[in-house]
Design a protein around this ligand. Structure first.
Ligand code: PEP
Length: 248
């Protein structure tokens, strides 16, 4: 199982230090592949604190250009240099609040890969799309736009996170059979556009209101290779318990 904690814009560098110091003694190394996606300002600190712990470091976004005149942005190269091995791309908050479009997401994925960052590529339908029975159509478009121009071997460095927009932070989750069907639909798109082998190999996580109560049952759903956690990772003790509760 891959378990990713997305801290979002929630902790200062000092608070991240405190968080990691609480998390590490409670973390059982080797059980899951755990990735902590932190604010840019704490990446360097976290790199040193997490060394040898088995917990990997990720960022939450990157610029869609490689370098240069982009005041306030962060490049893939900078993230890699700070110790990040992963980066989230296409999170629904960025698509909605910061108007990230398909072209920009595709560029970000390519730049991340070029800079040796594994990509956690988020896709998911809105409530309106779900109600219009357009979930699979939305997923197909988002996957095809995001992965346009990639070679099959590059998929080894992509993790897909299926995150229905309406489930994020809402306390609502899809039915198990809906999660299974959506992930199957994603694999079908990968099979069509790349190969059956790539579709079986690619790791697909579920994210959206996963908490300490539902984590085990969601992790057991066929097709789910891991979990992306927002709110429930903010408390280190809570998050370490959640990691323990998910069966390997
Ligand atoms: C997220 O924002 O990616 C997420 C999964 O959040 P939450 O767990 O809080 O729904």
């Amino acid at each position: 199982m891959i378990i990713i904690g997305n801290i979002k814009m929630n902790k200062t560098n000092t608070q991240v230090k405190d968080y990691i110091m609480k998390l590490l003694p409670r973390y059982e190394q080797g059980k899951h592949e755990t990735i902590l996606c932190l604010p840019y300002t704490s990446l360097t600190t976290a790199k040193f604190l997490l060394e040898g712990s088995g917990i990997m470091l990720g960022a939450q976004n990157l610029c869609d250009e490689e370098a240069g005149k982009n005041t306030g942005e962060i490049s893939g190269e900078m993230l890699h240099d700070c110790g990040a091995g992963y980066v989230i791309v296409g999170h629904s908050e960025r698509r909605a609040k910061y108007k990230e479009n398909a072209k920009s997401i595709n560029k970000k994925i390519k730049i991340a890969l070029k800079n040796r960052l594994k990509v956690v590529f988020c896709v998911g339908e809105s409530l309106a799309e779900k109600n219009l029975l357009k979930t699979f159509e939305t997923l197909k478009t988002q996957i095809e736009d995001g992965l346009k121009g990639l070679y099959e071997n590059e998929l080894e460095n992509i993790i897909i996170a299926y995150e229905p927009v309406w489930a994020i932070g809402s306390g609502k989750t899809p039915l198990s059979k809906e999660i299974e069907a959506s992930i199957k639909a994603i694999r079908k798109v990968i099979a069509n556009d790349f190969s059956d082998k790539a579709a079986q190999k690619i790791e697909i996580l579920y994210g959206g209101s996963v908490d300490n109560k539902n984590c085990s049952s969601i992790a057991k759903i066929k097709e789910v290779n891991g979990l992306l956690i927002g709110g429930a990772c903010l408390d280190a003790i809570n998050f370490s318990q959640l990691i323990k509760d998910v069966k390997a």
